[in-house]
Design a protein around this ligand. Structure first.
Ligand SMILES: [Zn+2]
Length: 291
């Protein structure tokens, strides 16, 4: 009959066999998945510690349970593009990744309700949505800045008109206000242009009328009046030249009249200054015109 001590030895031996089997299994598991397991520092270290001391099958079971999540975590963390991190979740995600990679222990996988891994998966999902929103916002802001620059450079009706259309489409920040500003500037430019066009047309009409009048005037007074009106056009087209011409004609006529008046006062022919003769009706001896 075997003693109790023999039985203890038997149990010890059995345990040793189990330990060796567990160790072998764990070693094999670790070899197969070392890349994933080592990605997580605390977990990797605890597996190595266990392998160098006693091995029970609990750690192996935990690892087997956790492996799919660890694999997924490693993949997500490795593939994460820092350019796609939204400003809103950036810090939180960095913190949780730091925790998962460096501090998370295998015992956290005992129950899988709302654990750290799920928190990260949730944050990454939200981040994805948020970074799309932020990218759209950024694109709008870029377009908005470009339009503001274009607005500040604009100087023509056409430019303001175009910018208004873009601002209306954009509908960002104070774009409504800027639409009003552009419309106001557009209106002022349009009014100025129309005013100038009216003024030009008036000048053109007046000019045509005066040029036509110049062909029909003949008296001293008419030339005087026309010269005055032409000078009044302030150098429009060749009005100064035409005015000078009328002024000259006026002066010639005026001088002629004054000369004729002086001759008449002296009793001479008012047309040529010749001596008047004749007995009953006086006639110029030079040109034959009567008084
Ligand atoms: Zn005469």
């Amino acid at each position: 009959m075997k003693s109790f001590s023999d039985f203890d030895k038997y149990l010890d031996a059995l345990n040793e066999i189990t330990d060796q089997e567990n160790r072998a299994e764990l070693e094999e598991f670790y070899m197969l998945h070392s890349e994933t397991i080592q990605f997580f520092k605390t977990i990797g270290k605890s597996v190595q510690d266990i392998l160098s001391t006693t091995v029970d099958d609990i750690i192996l079971k935990q690892l087997e349970t956790a492996l799919p999540i660890l694999t997924k975590l490693k993949k997500e963390i490795t593939n994460l593009d820092s350019n796609n991190l939204s400003a809103l979740y950036k810090n939180e995600i960095a913190q949780i990744i730091d925790y998962i990679k460096n501090k998370m222990s295998i015992s956290e996988f005992n129950d899988d309700s709302d654990d750290t891994a799920n928190q990260l998966f949730y944050l990454l999902k939200e981040n994805k949505k948020q970074s799309i929103v932020e990218k759209e916002e950024k694109a709008l802001k870029t377009q908005y800045d470009k339009l503001v620059q274009a607005k500040n450079r604009a100087s023509t009706e056409k430019e303001y008109e175009d910018i208004v259309i873009y601002f209306k489409d954009l509908n960002y920040d104070n774009s409504e206000e800027l639409v009003c500003e552009c419309l106001y500037k557009f209106r002022i430019l349009k009014e100025c242009r129309e005013e100038k066009e009216n003024r030009d047309k008036e000048n053109r009409d007046k000019y045509d009328k005066l040029v036509q009048a110049k062909n029909n005037v003949s008296t001293e007074k008419e030339f005087q009046d026309l010269a005055k009106q032409l000078y009044g056009m302030n150098g429009y087209e060749n009005t100064t030249e035409l005015a000078n011409d009328c002024d000259n004609q006026y002066n010639v006529l005026k001088e002629k009249r004054e000369q004729s008046e002086r001759w008449a006062e002296q009793g001479l022919c008012r047309y040529c200054g010749g001596e008047m003769g004749g007995f009953f009706t006086k006639k110029c001896k030079n040109c034959g015109e009567a008084r």
